[in-house]
Design a protein around this ligand. Structure first.
Ligand SMILES: COc1ccc(NC(=O)[C@H](C)Nc2nc3c(cnn3-c3ccccc3C)c(=O)[nH]2)cc1
Length: 323
């Protein structure tokens, strides 16, 4: 019941909006309280008539449904929600989108990796797991995350949407399914090129344009660790590589295909990040920057610095090899 009594100071509420927020200083119960604060400070609790006891129950049930894996755990869920929250204020999304869209963005971020097993879609498909069979190899993980999200919401004591109208509920379900499925990196190039084709004449009244914007915002929040300060981002890369190495070790044991960027014998931090930042992260951020130049300084700048950091690291490694 600790969650009920605690209040968050104004200083922490301000800090919570920044991309420099350092999750490593906070424990899981505190992060649950900060997630609740996001719904309060975005006026979603008041405007959408969300009941606080239900919000507590829902957040705790979400927490219980994330697994203790090195990267795709509850702390990752928090970081994606916190980046989404920071982008919401930086871009001033409440002046452009309505409460339901803001609710879709934050709730999708919190739910987007629910019950992640720590082994990616390639493993699910190659190992013919239960998830791959259930979802016919079609984004098995993302389909599962979204399905678990709505199983939780269907529980009476966790249904934060129970005071929503049928129309509002329908919009949220459609939006969350579309956004969570969009986090499958296999869809990255398709979503990015569709978004780039609509940004020159972006129309906030165009449903398709807004749908693409919401997908891109969740994608960015999901993979944006490298726009954070080095002492926040670097531990996250260690966690990610740990999870990838666990998977490639199992794949080797089971005689399954091993992706080069997961093989502990082949990958280095700099090699994995240089390609990822150049070909996945920067193109995505720059496309959003076309629409919202305000992200250039505080979001895209740090990513360019990270690229320089890993490029220098890579050069130093190569110098080492020559000796
Ligand atoms: C097209 O599908 C892809 C493309 C790239 C990657 N990942 C990478 O290239 C490497 C391992 N780096 C990387 N991957 C990252 C980061 C953040 N999220 N993330 C990630 C995690 C799990 C699954 C997919 C991605 C991109 C990050 O900072 N770096 C993984 C899948």
């Amino acid at each position: 019941r600790k969650m009920l009594q605690v209040d968050v100071t104004d200083e922490v509420r301000e800090y919570l909006r920044k991309p420099t927020f350092d999750n490593w200083q906070w424990d899981d119960p505190e992060m649950l309280i900060l997630l609740r604060q996001m719904y309060i400070d975005l006026n979603l609790v008041s405007n959408l008539n969300i009941e606080m006891p239900i919000l507590h129950n829902w957040l705790y049930e979400i927490y219980r449904n994330y697994n203790q894996v090195p990267f795709h755990n509850f702390k990752h869920c928090f970081m994606v929600a916190q980046m989404m929250y920071g982008l919401t204020w930086l871009i001033d999304l409440p002046s452009l989108l309505d409460d339901i869209d803001i609710f879709i963005l934050l709730t999708s971020a919190i739910c987007h990796d629910l019950d992640h097993p720590g082994y990616n879609n390639a493993y699910q498909i190659n190992a013919k797991t239960e998830l791959a069979l259930r979802y016919n190899d079609i984004s098995p993980l993302e389909n599962h995350h979204c399905s678990v999200a709505f199983e939780v919401l269907e529980k009476r004591h966790c249904n934060v949407m129970r005071n929503f109208s049928k129309e509002q509920y329908k919009r949220v379900r459609e939006g969350m399914i579309r956004c969570i499925l969009a986090t499958d990196m296999a869809k990255h190039n398709e979503i990015l090129s569709n978004f780039k084709s609509c940004t020159p004449s972006f129309d906030f009244n165009n449903k398709d344009h807004k749908a693409l914007l919401l997908m891109v915002l969740l994608k960015i929040a999901d993979i944006s660790n490298e726009c954070r300060p080095l002492d926040v981002a670097e531990p996250w890369l260690e966690c990610l590589l740990q999870e990838f190495f666990n998977q490639s070790d199992i794949e080797k044991l089971e005689g399954l295909p091993v992706a080069p960027f997961m093989d502990r014998e082949k990958v280095t931090k700099s090699s994995s990040q240089i390609g990822f930042i150049k070909f996945a992260l920067l193109p995505l951020f720059e496309a959003l920057g076309q629409l919202f130049p305000v992200i250039e300084k505080d979001i895209i700048g740090p990513v360019r610095n990270a690229l320089d950091y890993y490029t220098d690291m890579q050069r130093a490694l190569e110098e080492e090899k020559k000796k």
